[in-house]
Write a protein that binds this ligand. Sequence first.
Ligand code: NAP
Length: 283
Amino acid sequence: MPSSIPRAGIIGWPVSHSRSPILHTYWLRKYALAGSYERIPISPENFAAQFRSLSDQGFAGANVTIPHKQTAMACCDELEPAAKRLGAVNTIVITQGRYHGSNTDGYGFIENLRQRAPHWRADTGPAVIIGAGGAARAVVAALIDAGAKQLRLFNRTRSRADQLAADLGGPVETADWQRLDSGLADCSLLVNCSSLGMTGQPPLEISLRALPPTALVYDLVYTPLQTPLLKAASHNGNPTIDGLGMLIHQARPGFAAWFGVMPEADESLLQLLLSDIESTKGI
Ligand code: NAP
């Protein structure tokens, strides 16, 4: 008989490097709630059976990370429109044995943007998005919903950018990767959604010469926190936003559903995650 204390966790393979347990455990303590948040390693073989057994083990739900975001979607009973639109889930809520899948990456992206740049408006000018993977899909969808009038999408593999634009619709233009530098002219927001700049990956090769000095530069990469892109943008005087706040904000709806309190993205949590990133040298 499972305990009535709610359990949640992060499903991935591997999952040992996930920082999600740090933030959920911080919130459980902060709000003095009974519950646990665990690492749930599930290999791709036999995924469906192990995933569907979480309910019997007393799990109220889970986050889902690489490589299971699409497979988990196929194993859900119901999907939120955001998950259907993006073709991936990152949050599962289990109620009476039924699995409800959602995707909170776009929410996390916009909430962090609004917290860090309260005067930002989506319709101020064109936004340049770099990348066409899962994160870029969430960001493009969130910017369309926020009222962006023009989105310029650049990806190394052009066909993936074209597919994203076709899938999501809206004011999305794609262009060749080689034209990225000139594509920055008159833009008001630049978002790196590629993995370039991440620890262990090549840096993002970009010239910011054409970027207006007022443009906001947002990097989803948070290991390291100050990516070469953010350093170059700060050096030019552009306002910048790192990816750590998005990581925190995307976790909030899941916590609220499993444990009953919508948690805050506060400064102490930010510091806790920062010191973890520093102690593990960005892994
Ligand atoms: P993904 O689906 O694997 O997409 C990776 C993207 O990076 C693709 O657009 C890929 O281009 C591009 N890329 C990879 N290596 C490249 C290279 N050498 N040159 C040019 N482009 C390259 O990954 P994802 O899930 O979208 O995540 C992307 C990044 O966002 C990761 O660093 C991840 O940690 C970060 N992220 C952060 C948060 C947060 O909460 N802050 C949330 C989600 C993701 P191709 O299509 O050409 O391969």
